[in-house]
Design a binder for this molecule. Structure first.
Ligand code: BGC
Length: 342
């Protein structure tokens, strides 16, 4: 008995020291590395934020969702939106003459795996708005959206078109975007600077097959999938075309990608000004930034355009860049983060 007291005190001290050391290590890690992302393959999304830093800020687009009010709906010739002037975008501004047409593509109506039932024609019902509905997230990054006459309302405002267009989900359709960057370098490995004297950032850009526009190689989050897995999968499918290489090459590519992709920083999460948006269905995304400071990591990646892309390339970033949806604003955030030329 007499020996037990010092022994249990020792155990107590040891436990206290382990806890103190772990907390110290965590604080140092967060302080040095910022809000990095870990645990890619374990299916858990874990983000820690640098001390004193808050979640990524919401961004303003050039006017309230301009692209979501484009005159002719994408991939159609004659589906025209009801014209919505800038000041009439917010739902709270009265617009009594507003009578937008309804449009949902035949593909979506045929009920593919990624689509919701056509609740307007009484086929099925959705009751879990603003909630996780089984394996589907109906939660918006923009906060609670309204549901009027059984249909969710676009959180930014009117788009001039009702129902889902070519989007599968009513309400938010979640996507993920990997912004993979490096510094632009000369042949003799010197970093190239822009007119503002700052280093020029290049990002992996894909040319979308649907409209020929250049974009970040992102994609939709599958039901039940965690965003960090979507980022890795989409980058592989669209920019590395891992589908078309041998098993061995694929394994190597995926392993080096996984390592590089553990260091992602979330630069944006929220609504996307996407031309496919409607009054009742819209795109939202989470964009992660992966920067290869010394150019040695992503340099190993063999860029190959995949299924949904016509081409892939390293593209210089600056304020004149013209990209799909609101991708330019995500890149601007990434450039700010590493103090790149813009
Ligand atoms: C694209 C993403 C994009 C999102 C919202 C997805 O289909 O793949 O890159 O950010 O739509 O526009």
């Amino acid at each position: 008995m007499t020996n037990c007291l010092p022994c249990s005190q020792g155990v107590l001290w040891l436990s206290v020291s382990i806890v103190v050391l772990s907390v110290f290590a965590l604080v140092v890690d967060v302080y040095l590395n910022g809000n990095h992302m870990t645990g890619f393959s374990n299916g858990v999304r874990r983000l820690s934020f640098k001390i004193g830093q808050t979640k990524p800020s919401k961004m303003k687009f050039g006017g309230p969702h301009c692209k979501a009010r484009c005159e002719v709906y994408p991939r159609t010739k004659d589906v025209k939106r009801f014209k919505v002037p800038d000041d009439k975008v917010p739902w709270k501004v009265p617009f009594p003459e507003y009578s937008p047409p309804s449009f949902t593509t035949e593909t979506v109506l045929s009920g593919p795996y990624y689509a919701d039932p056509d609740i307007c024609s009484g086929k099925g019902e959705i009751t879990k708005w603003n909630e996780i509905d089984g394996r589907v997230s109906r939660v918006s990054f923009e906060g609670k959206y309204e549901v009027v006459e059984g249909l969710p309302l676009n959180p930014v405002g009117r788009t001039g078109l009702k129902h889902r267009g070519c989007l599968g989900r009513w309400g938010p359709n979640h996507a993920a975007d990997p912004i993979v960057t490096r510094w632009k370098r000369t042949d003799d490995d010197q970093i190239v600077k822009g007119e503002d004297g700052k280093p020029i950032m290049q990002f992996v850009s894909v040319q979308r097959r649907d409209n020929g526009e250049w974009a970040i190689p992102g994609g939709k989050v599958d039901a039940g999938e965690v965003v960090t897995d979507t980022v890795l999968r989409e980058f592989g499918e669209e920019a590395l075309s891992t589908k078309e290489i041998s098993q061995e090459e694929k394994y190597k590519a995926v392993e080096s990608m996984k390592q590089f992709f553990t260091k992602g920083i979330e630069v944006y999460e929220g609504y996307v000004d996407d031309p496919r948006n409607t009054d009742n269905a819209w795109m939202e995304t989470t964009a992660y930034h992966f920067h290869d400071h010394d150019g040695t990591k992503v340099g190993q990646f063999n860029l190959h355009a995949g299924d949904d892309a016509m081409a892939v390339q390293w593209m210089d970033c600056n304020s004149a860049i013209n990209l799909y949806a609101s991708h330019k604003s995500f890149l601007q955030e990434a450039a700010k983060r590493i103090d790149a030329s813009w």
